[in-house]
Design a protein around this ligand. Structure first.
Ligand code: TRP
Ligand code: ZN
Length: 901
C-alpha cells in the first residue's frame, strides 16, 4: 500500500494520538504461507487530546474480520485509506478484534514476520508491525502485550516472545503453544516473536538488587560452542550499566536469538533481542579479534537500549537519535572501559592506550561513513525535519554523529554532571515516549546550565570546520589561540547557526613535553589539556607564562565532530607524531601526514609525473612504527593508511584511479624501504599459547598482520613465505585470515590456491564465507594484466554459497565491491555502474531496505571527475525509471539526482 511517490513526512506535523491501546492480546496461528493473527485491542480515548478517529496501519496483510465491542461495525465507521484503516468510535473506550492473514514464506523483505532456515522471526522497527496486523504503528502508542504463539512442534520446538513465559502446552495435530506476558508497556516496534528449532546457552545471574534472572543465548543446534562470548558480553554489559548508571535489568528473563537472515546488526526487542548471527557467534577458529570486539559492542548496545530506548522511548521517529545516539555513546564508553580494564595488567599506560585505540576506531568510522553522508545529498541533522522512508534514516548521522553530540554533553558537563542529567531523565520520563528536547532539558536542569545554543547540534546538518591559528608573543610570554567556526551549507539549509563546540587543547614545548596551561586570572596551573568552548564565530584564548613558542595540539581526543583546519608543515606533523601526549592526536598527526603524501602522489599519478615518497614521511613513519614503548595496537592504527573512502572525500574532484595508483605505490614503498623493520616486528610480535580475546594479544596480531600486508604488497620474499606459512598453520581466524588477506592483497601467485583451500575448509560456514566474499570484492589489482575485479564478483555471485536474499552475503560481496573497492567500481568504462544499476533493481524487488543501502554507494556521484559523472547519471536515471521502485530506493535516487530538497 506504499506508493512510489511517498509524500514527505514532516516533524512539524506531529499530532498526539486520540486513542491509546492500553492492552493488546495477540494470538499467532503460525503457518509458513498462511499465518493467522488475531489481535484484541483495548482502546481508551485520551481526553487530553482533541477528539479524532483511531488510525490503524496495515501493509501486505489480508483483513479477515474486524469487530468492535463484539459486533460487526457499520460500514460508515470503518474507512480504508492508503495507510490502513480509520475507525470512527463513540464513547471513551472500545474493544476491537482484528483477524488477519499473512504469508511469512513469501516475505523476502525481512520486515514483519518472515522465515529463515525453517523458523519464524520478526523484525518490527521501524514500521514492521503493520505488516503483521492492523495497529497504530508508531512509537508513542505504548501498550501491554500478551502473546500466544501456536506452531508445529517438530519444526518449531521453541516458541518465544517478549517478557515472561506464563503458560505452555500441547495441542492437536502435533502442534503446541506458549503464552508470554510482557509487564512493561511498549511501542509495537519492540514486539518480537521467534518460533524455531534452537538451543540455548543459559546462565543465572543476580542483579545489584539481588534478583535472580535467567539469561539465554539461542542458536541453532551445533553452534552452542560459539555462544559463550555473547553470553560473557551480556553479563559484562549488565554489570557495567549497574555500576556506571545505576540501571538494572527489569525482567526475570533476558534472551538473545541469533538469526542468519537479518537486515541490520541486531534489534533491542524488549527482553527478546534478535541478532544477526554475525554479532553472536564466535569461536577462535572462525572469528577474528575484530569479530569478538564487534559482538561485545553490539550485545552491549542492544542491552543498553532496555533503558535508553525501551523504558524511555521516542515520541516519533524524528527523535530516533534520542535512543540511538545515546545508546551508541553508552556502548562506546562500555567498550573503552572493558578494553581499558583488560589492559590494566600491563600498567596504566597500557590501559590508556587501549582506550585511545577504541576512540580512534570510532572516529575512523565517523570519518569514513558520516562525513561523506554530511557532505552529500542525504545530509540531515541528527534530528531530521522530514523523511520519505524512515528506514533510510538509520544512518551514520543519527547513530555516530548522534553519539558524538552526547559525548560533547559529557565533556561539557563532566561525568558526574552527565550522570545527574541521566538520573533526572529517568525520574521524569520512565515509561514515556519523549523527545530530544526532553533529554537535553534534563541535562540543563541537573547542571544549572543553559543548553539552548547547544540544541543547534540537533537542528543542523553538515560537518563544521573549526579553524585554529596560534600566535606567540615572546616578550609577554603569551600564546594566543584563535578559534573560528563555519558550517558549509547543506541541501535545504543554506544558512547555518553558531554551535557550541568543545575544543580540547594542549601546548607542546620544544622538548616534546606538554606545557602546563595557565590562563590569566586563574590559579590552576596543573592541567596540560583544557577544554575551550567555542560558541561565537571567532574567539581568542590567551595562555600566560608560556616560556617558549609551543606547538599546539588541537581537538585532543576528537572532542567535537568537526574538521579541524590547522596549518602545520611536515616538520610539525612529524614532531607531533613523535611527541603528542594525546594518543588520539598523535595518531591523527600520522593520518594527516599520510593524507598529504597520498594526495600529492595521486596528483602526480593523474598528471603522469614520476612518483616518489618523501624521505621525511618514511622517517617519521618508521620512528613511530619501531617505537617499542608504544603499544602494538596503537602502532597498528598509526601505520594503517587512511581509508580510500575517506581519501576520496578529501580529493577534489574524487578520482579513484590515480588515488589507487598512489596507494599501491606507497604500500610498496613502505613495504620495501622498511622491509627489515616489518620482518623484525613480525618475529617480535608472535603470540604464544592458546587464543584469548584480549586487547594486548589482539594488538600484537593486528600489527603483525599489518606487517604481512606491507611485505606482501612489496613482494618481499621472506614476507610472502611467512604469510603462506601462517596461512597453512592457521591457529585462529585472526591469524589465518590475516595471512590470507595479505596474500590476496598482493601479486603473489599463491593467492588462488589459498582462496580455494579456504573455501573448501569453510564451505559449510556461512559467516566465514562472508569474509571470503568480502576480501575478494575489495581486492586491488596489483598487476594491470589481471582481469577486472568486477568479473570476479560476477563469478562469485554464481557460487553456491551466495544468495541475493541474504543481507550478509549482499553486504559482503556487493557492498564490499561498491564501498571498499572504488578504483574497480569506478572503472573508466562504466561497467561498474551498469552492474550497480542491475543489482539495485534486482535487490529492490526482494528487499527494499537492503537495496536502498546498496543504492547509497553512488549518492555522492557529483563529487567525481566529470568523465565518471557522465557515465553515472544514466544509470541513476535507469534505476529511477524502473517500474515498481520502492519508496526506499526512490528517495535515495531522487536525492542523488537532485529532484527533491
Ligand atoms: N534499533 C536497532 C539498533 O540500533 C537497529 C534497527 C533499526 C534494525 N531498524 C532495524 C535492525 C531493522 C534490523 C532491522 O540496534
Ligand atoms: Zn540501537
Amino acid at each position: 500500500m506504499k506508493t512510489e511517490h511517498a509524500p514527505a513526512i514532516l516533524r512539524a506535523d506531529y499530532q498526539p494520538l486520540a486513542w491509546q491501546i492500553e492492552r493488546i492480546e495477540l494470538h499467532f496461528h503460525l503457518d509458513p504461507s498462511a499465518t493467522r493473527v488475531t489481535s484484541r485491542l483495548h482502546c481508551v480515548r485520551d481526553v487530553r487530546v482533541p477528539a479524532g478517529p483511531l488510525r490503524l496501519c496495515g501493509e501486505d496483510v489480508e483483513l479477515l474480520s474486524l469487530r468492535i465491542d463484539g459486533a460487526e461495525p457499520e460500514s460508515t465507521r470503518v474507512v480504508r485509506d492508503a495507510v490502513g484503516i480509520v475507525l470512527h468510535l463513540d464513547g471513551d473506550s472500545a474493544e476491537i478484534e482484528i483477524v488477519t492473514r499473512i504469508d511469512p514464506s513469501a516475505n523476502t523483505t525481512l520486515s514483519g514476520l518472515y522465515q529463515s532456515r525453517g523458523g519464524f522471526f520478526t523484525q518490527c522497527e521501524a514500521e514492521g508491525f503493520r505488516r503483521i496486523t492492523f495497529f497504530p504503528d508508531r512509537p508513542d502508542a505504548m501498550s501491554r502485550y500478551t502473546v500466544t504463539v501456536e506452531a508445529d512442534k517438530a519444526s518449531c520446538p521453541v516458541l518465544l516472545s517478549n517478557g515472561n513465559l506464563v503458560e505452555q502446552g500441547e495441542l492437536e495435530g502435533g502442534r503446541h503453544y506458549a503464552k508470554w506476558v510482557d509487564p512493561f508497556p511498549k511501542p509495537s516496534y519492540l514486539f518480537a516473536l521467534v518460533a524455531a528449532k534452537l538451543v540455548a546457552l543459559e546462565r543465572r545471574v543476580t542483579t545489584a538488587s539481588r534478583r535472580d534472572v535467567l539469561l539465554q543465548v539461542w542458536v541453532e543446534d551445533g553452534n552452542l560452542d560459539r555462544a559463550g562470548h555473547a553470553m560473557d558480553s551480556l553479563m559484562h554489559s549488565m554489570r557495567w550499566d549497574e555500576e556506571t548508571f545505576g540501571l538494572e535489568l527489569d525482567l526475570d528473563r533476558f534472551m538473545i536469538v541469533a538469526v542468519s537472515d537479518f537486515n541490520m546488526g541486531a534489534m533491542e526487542n524488549k527482553g527478546l533481542n534478535i541478532f544477526n548471527s554475525k554479532y553472536v557467534l564466535a569461536k577462535p577458529e572462525t572469528a577474528t579479534d575484530v569479530d569478538y570486539e564487534n559482538i561485545e559492542s553490539v550485545v552491549a548496545h542492544e542491552y543498553f537500549h532496555n533503558w535508553t530506548g525501551n523504558r524511555v522511548t521516542c515520541r516519533d521517529w524524528f527523535q530516533l537519535t534520542l535512543k540511538e545516539g545515546l545508546t551508541v555513546f553508552r556502548d562506546q564508553q562500555f567498550s573503552a572501559d572493558m578494553l581499558g580494564r583488560m589492559a590494566e595488567a600491563g600498567g596504566e599506560a597500557a590501559a590508556a592506550s587501549a582506550r585511545a585505540v577504541k576512540r580512534i576506531d570510532d572516529v575512523r568510522v565517523l570519518r569514513a561513513a558520516q562525513f561523506p553522508e554530511d557532505a552529500g545529498p542525504m545530509a540531515h541533522p541528527i534530528r531530521p525535519d522530514r523523511y520519505q522512508e524512515i528506514n533510510n534514516f538509520y544512518t551514520a548521522t543519527v547513530y555516530e554523529k548522534g553519539a558524538e553530540v552526547i559525548r560533547m554533553l559529557h565533556t561539557l558537563l563532566g561525568a558526574e554532571g552527565f550522570r545527574n542529567g541521566m538520573d533526572l531523565y529517568f525520574s521524569y520520563y520512565d515509561g514515556q515516549a519523549v523527545t530530544c528536547d526532553d533529554f537535553v532539558d534534563c541535562m540543563a536542569e541537573a547542571n544549572g546550565r543553559d543548553l539552548d545554543q547547544f540544541m543547534n547540534w540537533y537542528a543542523q546538518a553538515g560537518t563544521p570546520r573549526v579553524k585554529a591559528v596560534g600566535s606567540y608573543d615572546a616578550e609577554g610570554r603569551v600564546y594566543t589561540l584563535t578559534l573560528s567556526q563555519r558550517t558549509p551549507p547543506t541541501p535545504g539549509q543554506p544558512e547555518k547557526q553558531l554551535l557550541v563546540i568543545p575544543v580540547a587543547v594542549g601546548l607542546i614545548g620544544p622538548d616534546g613535553a606538554d606545557l602546563p596551561l595557565r590562563v590569566a586570572h586563574e590559579n590552576n596551573a596543573g592541567a596540560t589539556t583544557r577544554v575551550l568552548e567555542l560558541s561565537e564565530v571567532e574567539q581568542s584564548f590567551r595562555f600566560v607564562d608560556v616560556p617558549f613558542e609551543p606547538v599546539p595540539s588541537v581537538l585532543r581526543g576528537f572532542s567535537a565532530p568537526v574538521i579541524l583546519e590547522l596549518d602545520e608543515d611536515d616538520a610539525r606533523l612529524a614532531f607531533r607524531m613523535a611527541h603528542d601526549s594525546d594518543a588520539f592526536n598523535r595518531w591523527d598527526a600520522t593520518q594527516r601526514y599520510a593524507e598529504r603524501v597520498i594526495l600529492a602522489l595521486a596528483a602526480d599519478a593523474a598528471a603522469g609525473r614520476p612518483l616518489a615518497v618523501p624521505d621525511g614521511f618514511v622517517a617519521a613513519f618508521r620512528a613511530l612504527l619501531t617505537n617499542d614503548s608504544l603499544d602494538p595496537a596503537f602502532r597498528a592504527q598509526a601505520a594503517a593508511l587512511p581509508s580510500e573512502g575517506y581519501l576520496l572525500e578529501r580529493m577534489e574532484p574524487a578520482d579513484p584511479a590515480p588515488l589507487r595508483a598512489a596507494l599501491v605505490f606507497l604500500m610498496r614503498e613502505l613495504g620495501s624501504r622498511l622491509a627489515d623493520d616489518w620482518l623484525k616486528l613480525g618475529d617480535a610480535l608472535a603470540v604464544d599459547g592458546p587464543y584469548r580475546y584480549h586487547p594486548a594479544d589482539a594488538g600484537r596480531r593486528a600489527l603483525a598482520n599489518l606487517a604481512l600486508r606491507y611485505l606482501a604488497a612489496a613482494e618481499i620474499e621472506p614476507g610472502l613465505v611467512r604469510a603462506r606459512d601462517q596461512f597453512e598453520r592457521f591457529g585462529n581466524m585472526t591469524e589465518g585470515f590475516g595471512a590470507l588477506a595479505a596474500l590476496v592483497q598482493s601479486a603473489s601467485p599463491a593467492r588462488k590456491a589459498a582462496l580455494e583451500s579456504f573455501h573448501a575448509r569453510f564451505a559449510n560456514d556461512a559467516l566465514v564465507l562472508d569474509k571470503w566474499f568480502a576480501l575478494q570484492a575489495a581486492a586491488w589489482r596489483w598487476d594491470p594484466s589481471e582481469e577486472p575485479v568486477l568479473e570476479r564478483v560476477r563469478a562469485l555471485m554464481r557460487d553456491a554459497a551466495f544468495s541475493l536474499g541474504n543481507p550478509n552475503k549482499v553486504y559482503a560481496l556487493l557492498g564490499g565491491f561498491f564501498r571498499n573497492n572504488p578504483a574497480e567500481f569506478h572503472a573508466a568504462n562504466g561497467s561498474g555502474y551498469a552492474f550497480w544499476a542491475e543489482q539495485v533493481i534486482a535487490l529492490d524487488a526482494k528487499n527494499p531496505q537492503v537495496a536502498s543501502r546498496i543504492a547509497r554507494s553512488l549518492e555522492n556521484w557529483r563529487r567525481f571527475a566529470p568523465a565518471l559523472q557522465a557515465r553515472i547519471r544514466p544509470e541513476l536515471e535507469k534505476v529511477a525509471a524502473a517500474p515498481g521502485l520502492s519508496p526506499d530506493v526512490a528517495e535515495i535516487i531522487g536525492k542523488a539526482l537532485g529532484n527533491e530538497g
